[in-house]
Design a protein around this ligand. Structure first.
Ligand code: DGL
Length: 275
């Protein structure tokens, strides 16, 4: 159980199955530039998108134990798949605020659509969970929702093929049908996807609003910290960012430097199976 009474200068813990959650970290750094942040990427076990619900919950529980050790004051599940499958099952196990990326993304899309037609792309697990549809229909039962799993996007991102002809071909294959349904808003329901947003925009066309779930999540996080009196108070020292992964920390440094546009001198490998 993560302890209560967290101190406002404690870090915020952010995690993903791999490196995509860095897109959420980037947005949190923009909205909350003073905050200390810890990022964990479960790079040894990525992807989560093809795993079962029980496995994903078990992985997330282990990561929460790691975050507990780091005495974080809030946790962001920066993974669409883990947010869809595990968040509600683990919420009661932590006593610090914990939020995922699905609900903020859904609210943003419902607010953005003009024609009531919304596309959702994500991992197989996220799409199969049906959570995006059910939350969107909870807001407005009349919304038309078209979902599509894009399983090759995560490996393309992790390989660094953010702008590449192979990625464009794959994007056309995945997105043509959704585009044909006349959606005016597309939820990028996986935190890896904002790194492909140039390609996705090219295929979908400029008339379609792309929802980056990390942008909305950072805004919601900022509100939660303010309401709970957890916003960092000591603002004279620069923020401290620490990076951890379950495998290949040097890859996280390299990738993170492009995703966050900053130098990452060190990432520490941890044995997540021990948690
Ligand atoms: N970043 C994860 C998500 O948002 C996807 C990667 C995976 O399949 O593990 O769903």
């Amino acid at each position: 159980m993560i302890r209560e009474g967290s101190h406002s200068d404690a870090p915020i813990g952010i995690f993903d199955s791999g490196l995509g959650g860095l897109t959420v970290m980037r947005e949190i750094m923009r909205v909350l530039p003073e905050e200390n942040l810890i990022y964990f990427g479960d790079t040894a076990r990525v992807p989560y998108g093809s795993k079962s619900r029980d496995t994903i919950i078990h992985y997330v529980e282990q990561i929460l134990h790691f975050m507990e050790e780091k005495e974080v004051k809030a946790i962001v599940v920066a993974c669409g798949t883990a947010s869809a499958y595990a968040l509600e099952s683990v919420r009661h196990k932590v006593s610090v605020p914990i939020l995922g990326v699905v609900r903020p993304g859904v609210r943003a899309a419902a607010a953005a659509t003009g024609n009531g037609r919304i596309g959702v792309i994500g991992t197989e697990a996220s799409v199969n969970s049906g959570l995006y549809e059910s939350l969107l229909h909870g807001i407005d039962p009349e919304l038309f929702v078209k979902s599509r799993a894009c399983p090759l996007f995560v490996p393309l991102v992790e390989e660094g093929l953010w702008r590449d002809e192979i990625t464009t071909m794959v994007a056309k294959r995945y997105l043509t049908e959704i585009k044909g349904t006349g959606v005016d808003t597309l939820i990028m329901g996986c935190t890896h996807y904002p790194l492909l947003s140039d390609t996705i925009r090219e295929v979908m066309g400029p008339q379609v609003t792309l929802v980056n779930i990390g942008v909305e999540t950072a805004r919601v996080l900022s509100g939660i910290l303010a309401v709970q009196g957890l916003t960092k108070r000591t603002i004279d020292a620069p923020p401290v960012y620490r990076f951890y992964s379950s495998d290949a920390p040097e890859k996280l440094c390299r990738f993170g430097e492009s995703a966050l546009r900053m130098e990452i001198p060190e990432a520490v490998r941890i044995s997540i199976e021990d948690y």
